[in-house]
Design a protein around this ligand. Structure first.
Ligand SMILES: [Zn+2]
Ligand SMILES: [Zn+2]
Length: 328
């Protein structure tokens, strides 16, 4: 599979200090970046030799070593007795499904698996640096004989698609939460706060949906491509529990605000922490922007909660007179 290589300006930034511009190295780099996937050093030598037979094996090996050090390539070991290399520039770390029939590999991520790994490491007081998950077996194409779509698509595009899907799903459950909260709140001021938040979620939702449509325009088959980022727990959990609790009834204004605060705090924290793990990419950007939106909602809810608390205390203070007001 092919992809557009990063521009020269971006690569200049990646080049380690002191390394000289080399025509051969630049050429090897461009061939490597044109091929999305997991190449062995020998695969790369073969691709290079198709275009230029004068470049030696040792030069290709050295160029690969430099790309690993510069953060453009990442070494992966599929247990074949040799390393393979994949793009690491704008390409998040991920897990692999490896087909033992055709030797191809397929990439995926799962926030639930990552959370579980963190949980296990924490329980064993283990400081985790890197985890590798490889699932060996037979791919769909080898199993059924039905060819999978093979047109060019990058992991970055799939990551951006899935990050947007997750942000949209969370935004939808946020919208549901605030709409329900607005319906059940009897206090007029509290109702306005929830209505405004619901309105805001609605407008963010349409912004995200437009962005998703623009992404689809880059690849007409993007929607039908396999999921890259699996995100079961977080998308269902963040606001859904709050919305359910409100739907059951018996929640007053103050409790509804508190529920909103809890949901926004969890959502902000989750997306911020999750985004920070990724290399620079559009998917990371989606999560970071989403996290900062959630933070703004959180601050608004906290202000409202404090105002409500003050309003409730005010009549009591008026009754107790001057002396206690001086202490307040
Ligand atoms: Zn296969
Ligand atoms: Zn990979």
């Amino acid at each position: 599979m092919t992809q557009t290589p990063p521009s020269t300006i971006e690569l200049d930034r990646l080049r380690p200090p002191g390394s000289k511009r080399s025509g051969k190295r630049e050429f090897i780099l461009n061939v490597f970046l044109r091929h999305e996937g997991h190449l062995s050093a020998d695969d790369l030598v073969e691709l290079i030799h198709r275009e230029d037979g004068r470049i030696s094996r040792a030069t290709v090996y050295r160029a690969l070593q430099w790309m690993v050090e510069a953060g453009i390539a990442r070494k992966v070991d599929f247990g074949e007795g040799r390393f393979r290399f994949e793009h690491s520039y704008r390409h998040p770390r991920h897990f692999h499904l490896i087909c033992k029939t055709c030797n191809r590999s397929f990439e995926f991520l799962s926030s639930d698996i990552e959370a579980l790994i963190e949980e296990v490491a924490a329980a064993r007081s283990f400081s985790a640096r890197q985890s590798v998950l490889q699932i060996y077996g037979t791919c769909e194409e080898c199993r059924t004989g039905r060819p999978a779509p093979t047109e060019p698509v990058t992991t970055e595009l799939l990551f951006a698609r899935d990050a947007l899907r997750i942000a949209i799903a969370t935004e939808r459950s946020g919208l549901e939460f605030y709409s329900r909260a607005a319906e059940m709140t009897r206090n007029a001021r509290g109702r306005t706060v929830f209505q405004n938040l619901a309105e805001e979620e609605r407008s963010h939702l349409s912004t995200l949906e437009n962005r998703y449509q623009r992404l689809l325009a880059q690849d007409p088959r993007l929607e039908s491509r396999p999921t890259f980022l699996f995100f079961k727990g977080a998308a269902n959990g963040l606001f859904a529990a709050g919305a359910e609790q409100i739907a059951r009834g018996g929640v007053n204004d103050r409790q509804a605000l508190m529920l909103g605060i809890r949901c926004e705090k969890a959502s902000h924290r989750f997306f911020k922490r999750y985004a920070e793990k990724f290399e620079d990419s559009e998917g990371k950007q989606v999560f970071l922007e989403f996290a900062s939106e959630e933070r703004a909602h959180l601050e608004l809810l906290i202000r409202e909660y404090r105002a409500l608390t003050r309003r409730r205390q005010a009549p009591a203070r008026r009754r107790t007179g001057r002396a206690s007001r001086a202490h307040a």
